[in-house]
Design a protein around this ligand. Structure first.
Ligand code: HEM
Length: 411
């Protein structure tokens, strides 16, 4: 098997290298991946000296790593695959995704207060209306760019509503979010843009927090700026950073799940017809979309001690990168893993991670995927991909930038 460079984000721009992962799971489940020279990465946001990492491809090893923060830290060096300068690491550690217990436990407890069942259920009802509005806008065209017109719209509207962002500010959130996540892709990238977007978002978060402190509403920002754990409130900077994490984590990922789900349904018209004919399959279909697409490609941990995983010795401070698309096609766990089967049961995939950092927005994202496909397939059971699929250059998110779809228009 010809080695594939997992460090190179253009690898994932072409496609997820499923065949290579299949080979790795059997022959080198914990595989050493060399770094690329900094000049090839073309970025100054990273440390000049980049290190290679251990690429982990088996389901059970990824679960073991995710459950053991004491050995595999999210806080040392962050969850990003690249090595970053110390001052950036310090800044990114304000995000709970880059923290370990006990700091993470406390912050997670606090923000969980904003993600109560009630808030998510209320949003779920609203997702149906939002989905209808989005689909209405393209219904007579018979054709659209699925990513721009449909998949990016819903997560943005949902997150913006959830945090209580006024309607007129929503386009700004979308642009900032694109600029920050796509920094490896020439269509969006440019470090000044990414840093500028982060500064503007921080300022915006401060503004919104003040607005809601003075005049609380029924939204997440109002809950969070007033919530307390052990007598402590979120300080301003932590709230502002959390706000950015929510926008990033909530937008790009769900957008990818929806676009990737559309592509999978289009490539499997039998499954699309089954789902269109039986909406009670929306729940298992959503899980299968998440498994099959794996909208997040990888998350990293750093070894806190000399240890071992999957029979491979790992030294303290070495990076360990978990590849979710590979875990989600591990035949030890999933029967016929490369098949897209919307009735798959059981389907305990790792698309949302596992353990203490399990995705905070999982139920919200599930509601969005169900909501948009319920509306789309009810009205356009023949919707299919008819144009080229342009993918994002990123080794973190499995993202489609544009994809034309066609369907029988409404009169
Ligand atoms: C299909 C959509 C989504 C996918 C595939 C996804 C995936 C993930 C994954 C894999 C992690 C674990 C990271 C780790 O273990 O290091 C995670 C964490 C997280 N996600 Fe999501 N996510 C999605 C949607 C969302 C949404 C809609 C939100 C917010 C509204 C959100 C907020 C977060 C946050 C805040 C964390 C960090 C949790 C922690 O550190 O305790 N995600 N997500």
């Amino acid at each position: 098997m010809q080695a594939v460079d997992l460090y190179d984000s253009s690898t994932f721009e072409r496609a997820i290298p499923h065949e290579y992962f299949e080979w790795l799971r059997v022959h080198e489940p914990v595989h050493w991946q060399d770094a690329r020279p900094i000049s090839a990465l073309g970025t100054e946001m990273l440390q000049a000296e980049q290190r290679g990492y251990w690429a982990v491809s088996r389901y059970k090893d990824i679960v073991e790593i995710s459950l053991d923060q004491a050995r595999f830290s999210s806080e040392r060096g962050t969850v990003l695959n690249n090595d970053l300068p110390e001052d950036r690491i310090a800044q990114l550690r304000l995000w709970m995704i880059n923290q370990d217990a006990p700091r993470h436990t406390k912050l997670r407890k606090l923000v969980n207060k904003g993600f109560t069942k009630r808030i998510v259920e209320q949003m779920d009802l609203h997702i149906r209306e939002l989905s209808k509005g989005i689909v209405d806008r393209v219904a007579r065209k018979g054709q659209c760019d699925f990513v721009v017109d449909i998949a990016s719209e819903l997560p943005l509207l949902v997150i913006a509503e959830l945090v209580g962002c006024p309607v007129e500010d929503r386009a700004k959130l979308f642009a900032w979010s694109n600029q920050m996540v796509g920094f490896e892709d020439p269509d969006f990238a440019n470090e000044e843009n990414a840093t500028g977007a982060m500064m503007e978002m921080l300022e915006y978060a401060s503004y919104l927090a003040k607005l809601r402190r003075d005049d609380p509403r029924e939204d997440l920002t109002s809950v969070l700026v007033n919530a307390e754990v052990d007598g402590e409130k979120l300080d301003d900077l932590t709230f502002n950073m959390f706000f950015i994490l929510l926008i990033l984590a909530g937008n790009e990922t769900t957008r990818n799940a929806i676009s990737g789900g559309m592509l999978a349904l289009s490539e499997h018209p039998d499954q699309r017809a089954k789902l269109a004919g039986d909406p009670s399959l929306l729940t298992p279909a959503t899980e299968e979309i998440l498994r099959y697409v794996s909208p997040v490609i990888s998350m990293r941990r750093t070894a806190t001690q000399d240890t071992e995983i999957g029979g491979q010795k790992i030294r303290e401070n070495e990076k360990v990168v978990m590849f979710y698309p590979s875990a989600n096609r591990d035949p030890e766990i999933f029967e016929n893993p490369d098949a897209f089967d919307i009735t798959r049961d059981p389907n305990v995939h790792l698309a949302f991670g596992w353990g203490p950092h399990f995705c905070l927005g999982a139920n919200l994202a599930r509601g969005e995927i169900r909501g948009i496909f319920a509306e789309l397939l009810r009205r356009f059971p023949d919707i299919e991909v008819t144009g080229p699929v342009r993918r994002l250059r990123s080794s973190t998110v499995n993202s489609i930038k544009s994809m034309e779809v066609s369907f029988t228009p409404e009169p």
